[in-house]
Design a protein around this ligand. Structure first.
Ligand SMILES: [Fe+2]
Ligand SMILES: [Fe+2]
Length: 207
């Protein structure tokens, strides 16, 4: 007669609840990790941008054609970079370990394109900003998707990205308006820089 009791399925609620709680905790950790990755790559990108413009201005000085435009864009990159530095500190996100590499790579890219001439410097900006625009748009989509129709899961981060994306789009348009496409070997130069940016984004998310 104990048989009936033996085949009764074990009472599930406690273990189910534990399972749901664990899944929620995991999802919470995943979301936190995702946002941490986003902030890490964005800070690395903004920092890299300040270094590109620093490299260009070091070569061009402040009297070359387009120096004024580059100086104005550089000060906006400083604002973006400072905002991500502050967010990173508030959220306890570790910075990319490749910071010294981004510093050197960004500066070199800026200096080399400026040495090629003002139009190549503009081509560099157009290519980099095109990729950053795409990257920021992808992140905004991702934050919205996690909110599943309820808006962004992280309104503070989304707000910053939207704000900065506007500046990046203007930087790209400024570069195109100042002869980016007239640079020697523009398609090749632009393609190479854009590929480099995509690789940098993937690296900075992880390392
Ligand atoms: Fe920026
Ligand atoms: Fe920019």
């Amino acid at each position: 007669m104990n048989r009936t009791m033996a085949v009764t399925p074990p009472a599930a609620p406690a273990s189910e609840h534990a399972g749901i709680a664990a899944a929620r905790a995991r999802a919470g950790i995943d979301r936190k990790t995702d946002v941490g990755r986003m902030i890490r790559v964005d800070q690395a990108g903004e920092y890299g941008a300040t270094r590109i413009y620093a490299g260009q201005l070091a070569v061009m000085g402040d009297r070359a054609p387009h120096s004024a435009e580059i100086t104005a864009m550089a000060s906006e990159e400083d604002r973006h970079n400072a905002a991500f530095n502050a967010l990173m500190t508030r959220r306890g996100v570790r910075p990319t370990m490749l910071q010294p590499f981004w510093s050197a790579a960004g500066y070199t890219l800026g200096a080399v394109t400026a040495l090629l001439g003002p139009e190549a410097a503009m081509a560099c900006t157009a290519a980099v900003e095109e990729e950053i625009d795409r990257h920021y748009s992808d992140q905004l989509d991702e934050l919205e998707m996690h909110g599943a129709g309820a808006g962004s899961t992280d309104p503070e981060l989304s707000g910053m990205i939207e704000d900065f994306r506007e500046d990046e789009r203007q930087h790209r348009d400024t570069a195109l308006a100042h002869g980016a496409e007239k640079a020697f070997g523009y398609p090749l130069l632009s393609g190479a820089i854009r590929l480099g940016c995509r690789a940098a984004i993937r690296l900075a998310e992880r390392i």
